[in-house]
Design a binder for this molecule. Structure first.
Ligand code: SF4
Length: 211
């Protein structure tokens, strides 16, 4: 089987297994997804989802994050960890949105990457999930790990893996593909203890372990 067919078969099986795969951060607007993505760094989506309902009730627009003293925002996001850096990041993004984008989220990769601290992963998450725009493929830690385990890429760098995936995955699946891989990484191919015995990809996987 060539590599494109290998990836197509993986995608087909995971689509069947996870018909409802989607980002697991709770959000209502593209801007909320951006804030939730910043908060999720070094933390889990589950923890962030406990914090955001109240946060998003209090802060509705980018300007709202700029109108409070930074210490107040730090207190409000304290539970997400690294709260000082995250408060700084949220305010820097908010400031640019207000100054250059009329308080709205941009909808192109080029503009997203102008936002301070925003890399391709977050830009792809927001564009794909919130706007349905397939500008690239989200490569998170699960995608890096599973790409190697499944023999899809030997790269370690997320941007290099994304470039390879863009050639292997049809554009219509760019958004769905990363959701599926992330779900599989969370539910079956766990970093510490992959459940190879219960994995629908075991006959395709060069890293399968006897269980
Ligand atoms: S067979 Fe094992 S290592 Fe391969 S994808 Fe499945 S769980 Fe991961």
């Amino acid at each position: 089987m060539n590599l494109k067919d290998h990836v197509a078969e993986i995608t087909k099986r995971l689509k069947k297994l996870y018909p409802n795969a989607a980002v697991e951060l709770d959000y209502g607007t593209a801007f909320e997804l951006m804030v939730a993505s910043i908060l999720a760094a070094q933390n889990t989506d589950v923890n962030v989802n406990k914090l955001t309902p109240e946060l998003f009730r209090k802060y509705r627009t980018p300007q709202d994050y700029l109108d409070v003293p930074v210490e107040e925002l730090e207190r409000d996001i304290y539970a997400s960890g690294f709260f000082r850096q995250k408060a700084k990041s949220i305010r820097a993004v908010s400031q640019m949105l207000v100054d250059e984008f009329g308080g709205e989220m941009p909808q192109t990769m080029e503009d997203m990457l102008r936002l301070p601290g925003v890399g391709r992963k977050t830009a792809n998450v927001v564009l794909g999930e919130a706007f349905g725009i397939a500008a690239g493929i989200v490569v998170d830690t699960h995608n890096i790990r599973l790409s190697r385990l499944l023999g899809i890429s030997e790269q370690k760098n997320a941007d290099k893996i994304e470039r390879e995936l863009l050639d292997l995955v049809p554009k219509k699946d760019w958004i769905k593909y990363s959701q599926l891989i992330t779900w599989h990484g969370r539910r079956v191919c766990n970093a510490k203890k992959p459940n190879c015995g219960g994995c629908v990809l075991s006959d395709l996987c060069p890293s399968v372990q006897a269980s």
